[in-house]
Design a binder for this molecule. Sequence first.
Ligand code: ZN
Length: 460
Amino acid sequence: MVETVIHGGTVVGPADSFEGDVAIDGEKIVAVGDSESMPDADRTIDATDALVMPGVVDPHVHIDDMFSFDSYESATKAAALGGTTTYIDFGWQAWTGEMSPWDEDGTLLEGIERKQAKAEDAVVDYGLHAAITREDPAVLDEIEAVVDAGVPSIKLFTAYEIGLQNGFMDRVFGVLADLDAFAVLHTEEATICDDRTAQFQADGKGDSEWYPQSRPDYAEAIAADAAVHMAMEAGCRYYGIHTSCRKSADVLARYRDQYGEELVRAETCTHYTTLEESIYGELRNLPMIAPPIRTADDIEAMFDHLGDETLDVVSTDHCGYTKESKQVANWWDSKFGANALQTNLPVFHDEAVNNRGFSYPFLVRVLSRNPARIFGLSEKGTLDPGTDADVVVFDPNETYTITAEENASEADFSIYEGREVTGRVKQTFVRGELVADDGEIVAENGHGQFCRRESTDWSF
Ligand SMILES: [Zn+2]
């Protein structure tokens, strides 16, 4: 006798899908197969006409810091309602400056502990990246302890006041390579973006329609090229985050051809696969995100590279900002970032599967399997027996219209407002516990746990 059998759905794995059942006992999946082979269960969940998939693993999420008003409670509830069962947030090395909430410097380990203390009320599981924000050589000695704390991925920026110069990044790549840890890069060539922004400010071009031109695609590509080149010289594994454009994706694909998937991996985000820059005329500052939302051709490039597997992952870059924090006269005064945890799976499924004919296994690869494997979450992103029972039951046929009125996030708008999508999350399980059921949170706060991640190799 087991606790739960999810019965009669289409079970989707990274390679194929089949009609069958998934059995759960305690926190683990204990069997996957045809109905006749299932053990008896206390509870049977009817998944007829629904997909049964591993929960979404979102490796790029901002919670409860200067980049998000969301608490772990509000964000993890949004995640659960959206079918995301694990996300990776950021532990920040404290710095001082205009963007900083701190008045003194701190360490990476403090940043990690600070986030863990904030996560008490989580309902889904989470991990952390460590983000280096200052060129303080002391941080290089700290990285080994960070990796040992279950945080083998270090985020580096090339832009903003937390951007690092190439010289310092070059040193970080060397340290990471020695520890077999890896780098997660936000790449935009800072001087191009800063100079253009200053010109727009001088010319009074504060309307959001100008914004995409302030951070051009080639600035993203130039910085990606330099960063991945340095990482490869050091033999350091490189993960490019929020790839937004053809020029940048082509750069990453070129290095990947040369060095292999063992060393180069990358993501795009749902908004770069579904929205065009005209949205800045429609929604003004609400979709203000860096890099900017770009052109129809860039959307095609994202799907080309996802299709040929030179992009691995689709993430959200979720930032829980409110409408009020966005409704300022000039785009440069707006908060940068938008919420998407609750809408990610339905929106990406609708675009990739319904509009473009990608398969359900493709969805599982880019939303679950690949991020789990790349980020060392061996219990996640799979329905294999023995792993964590993180499961989403998804009705691919229900049509609904996205509205921020349903948001669990502190963010009271959606960049997908009014978008009609076909496909809706029915149930979400995290380690065997039903956390979201038909649009309601049914788990107690605190079910979510910190995931210590291992540094695992990327040859898969
Ligand atoms: Zn981000």
